[in-house]
Design a protein around this ligand. Structure first.
Ligand SMILES: [Zn+2]
Length: 101
């Protein structure tokens, strides 16, 4: 099962949890809060190593770009949802709902 990084929104404790793709986020181990969100921190280091060996040094690798994209998309989606409403975002920008697992 994949390992996910989480950050508790109540006490800001970062933690890792291993669980299935469709399972809900596990509660914070420090305070028990369910108000947590997943953090997409990095591309796998093994992949970065391969990209570096392939001579992409100095430029952002596709893994880094994807990581950045995965980081920014939820923020963009939240902005749109705040402004336009969840229904509108779901209808007109379904790609923003994509999960970057
Ligand atoms: Zn907590």
């Amino acid at each position: 099962m994949p390992l996910y990084d989480y950050l508790c929104e109540s006490c800001e404790t970062p933690y890792e949890a291993r669980h299935g793709f469709n399972d809900p986020a596990p509660a914070c181990p420090a305070c028990g809060s369910a108000q947590v969100h997943r953090v997409i921190t990095r591309a796998p280091s093994s992949l970065k190593g391969i990209m570096a060996e392939a001579g992409t040094g100095g430029r952002a690798s596709s893994a880094e770009l994807q990581s950045k994209w995965a980081e920014e998309t939820p923020k963009l989606r939240k902005k749109l949802a705040d402004k336009l409403g969840e229904d509108t975002v779901n209808r007109y920008a379904p790609s923003l709902n994509h999960n970057y697992e």
